[in-house]
Design a protein around this ligand. Structure first.
Ligand code: PBG
Length: 326
């Protein structure tokens, strides 16, 4: 049967029927809000390219967490901006480091808020690369030791999940072993399994002060031209013990999200990264697009593609809109 017996418009005529047949439903608990923790008190430094996003000292982070909880957002992803950096990123695993203190403070105040930590060295190294350098190249195996110490320090501080984002080979296995041997066998790992070498990270690097001092990350992050390679990465990380995998960035890689969703059974997260956020904010600011509508359409598309969790700077704003029925 076809037209005129079939008319697709019948199920689009009003909100009630559209809502009844909607295949994708965004919910506040789809979202994970990234947070940037910095030392000090009453620090709330705006990030120029990311309106509404700040680097905050712990007091400010707690305020933002309160807002997130009130809006129904269930999880945050913590990044640290340390006082001190060195060649290897040792401040990343200091017991009283910025992330470690932030975790403890957040869990003390909001016990039910799920705290995920980004595990990587680029915020903690003077050169901004994700691990120690040997002949100008990030040394994979030496980086693993530092990552494992960092993950363990986050676990000790009380985080709920660790998310390694460095793209070194073998890090999930190494981190799993470290956590298990210290009694954290129930702490899950969300692997940034598929992280592309992307220009969409630009604003984040300003936020985190983690732009590489020289070169780029193409020697360890994935080539945007590849899709099969993403499936391989996911497969390896699952074998190493990843409980969830992430695709990053989200928007230019929705095909990859879909393929992973269809070929593996672990939950998939997608990171709606800084550049994706900035583009929406900048265009909305100029009146070129309806920022809220575009935001919801983007988040919906990420979920429709197959992501069960969406890491997004829009989390609180989107959750509030959902609460009032968009
Ligand atoms: C690395 C890391 C990056 C992001 C999250 N973790 C950036 C990078 O590889 O330079 C990017 C997040 C974003 O752009 O929003 N620790």
């Amino acid at each position: 049967m076809g037209f005129p017996e079939v008319r697709m418009r019948r199920l689009r005529r009003n909100a009630a029927i559209r809502n009844m047949v909607a295949e994708t439903r965004l919910m506040a608990d789809d979202f994970i809000l990234p947070l940037f923790a910095c030392p000090g008190e009453r620090v709330r430094a705006p990030i120029a390219a990311m309106p509404g996003v700040y680097r905050s000292s712990i007091d400010g982070l707690l305020e933002t967490c309160g807002e997130a909880v009130d809006a129904g957002v269930g999880a945050v992803l913590l990044f640290g901006i340390p006082d001190a950096k060195d060649d290897e990123g040792r401040s990343g695993y200091a017991e009283d480091g910025i992330v470690q203190r932030a975790i403890a403070a957040i869990k003390r105040r909001f016990n039910d808020l799920y705290v995920i930590t980004d595990v990587c060295n680029c915020e903690y190294t003077t050169h901004g690369h994700c691990g120690p350098l040997v002949n100008g190249e990030v040394a994979n195996d030496a980086t693993l030791d530092i990552l494992a110490l960092q993950a363990l320090s986050h676990a000790r501080a009380g985080c709920d999940m660790v998310a390694p984002s460095d793209m070194m080979d073998g890090r999930v296995k190494r981190i799993r072993a470290q956590l298990d041997s210290a009694g954290f066998e129930l702490l899950p790992i969300l692997s940034y399994a598929v992280k592309y070498a992307s220009a969409f990270y630009g604003p984040f690097r300003e936020a985190a002060g983690s732009a590489p001092a020289f070169g780029d990350r193409r020697g360890y992050q994935m080539d945007p031209r590849n899709g099969n390679e993403a499936l391989r990465e996911v497969h390896l990380d699952i074998d190493e013990g990843a409980d969830m995998v992430m695709v990053k960035p989200a928007l230019s890689y929705l095909d990859v999200v879909r393929r992973i969703r269809e070929t593996s059974t672990v939950p998939v997260a997608a990171y709606n990264v800084s550049g994706e956020y900035s583009m929406v904010k900048a265009a909305a600011d100029r009146g070129w697009i309806d920022g809220k509508a575009v935001m919801m359409e983007i988040l919906t598309s990420i979920k429709r593609a197959g992501a069960q969790a969406i890491i997004t700077y829009h989390a609180v704003e989107a959750a509030k809109l959902l609460a009032v029925g968009r």
